[in-house]
Design a protein around this ligand. Structure first.
Ligand code: RP5
Length: 173
């Protein structure tokens, strides 16, 4: 099932990034960039809920034993992958709504966010910001038990604050 065959260089994957199609990569690469920045070992796979349902079950049922601490799942349209993954594993699932061609991702968002009570998916914004924030939230969760990671996250926030303070309004009339 793997199209991205290599895990990250950082070591045994702690975070699984899955997406419903290779066409989701342009969005999901924003989650990867964050995990790379924080040095969190991760892996990448295409796991389609509809086109490869048996592989999805296999991925979900093996997630705990493979040592995954979080799964970031992106999908578009009838975006059932994050919810089904949450149904298959107790590993926390962070859902990213991928923009769709006709409904701009509003369909993806609603498909992911409206989970029944008892099977949660932490759902993020549609698109690039959602993918990056899903990964940042994974970092924040892991930082609760990792003081070095917490320092990195605080430094990241400080840099972001300084960048915002340095912003100037563009020339205008
Ligand atoms: C979803 O269908 C995928 O997550 C993707 O966002 C969407 C379209 O997939 P492709 O037709 O581009 O493969 O399952």
């Amino acid at each position: 099932m793997t199209i991205f065959t290599e895990a990250s260089a950082a070591g045994t994957p702690l975070v699984g990034i899955i997406m419903g199609s290779a066409s989701d990569w342009d969005i999901m690469k924003n989650a990867v960039a964050v995990l790379e920045e924080f040095g969190i070992p991760h892996e990448l796979n295409v796991v389609s809920a509809h086109r490869m349902p048996h592989d999805m079950v296999e991925y979900g049922t093996q997630a705990v034993d493979r040592g995954l601490r979080a799964i970031i799942a992106g999908a578009g349209g009838a975006a059932h992958l994050p919810g089904m993954m949450a149904a298959l594993t107790p590993v926390p699932v962070f859902g990213v709504p991928v923009p769709s061609k006709y409904l701009r991702g509003e369909d993806s968002l609603l498909s992911i966010v409206q989970m029944p009570k008892g099977v949660p998916v932490a759902t993020f914004a549609i698109g690039e910001a959602g993918a990056a924030n899903a990964a940042l939230h994974v970092v924040a969760c892991m930082a609760t038990t990792d003081s070095e990671l917490l320092k990195k996250l605080i430094a990241y926030r400080c840099r972001q604050t300084e960048a915002a303070r340095a912003m100037v309004v563009p020339p205008h009339v």
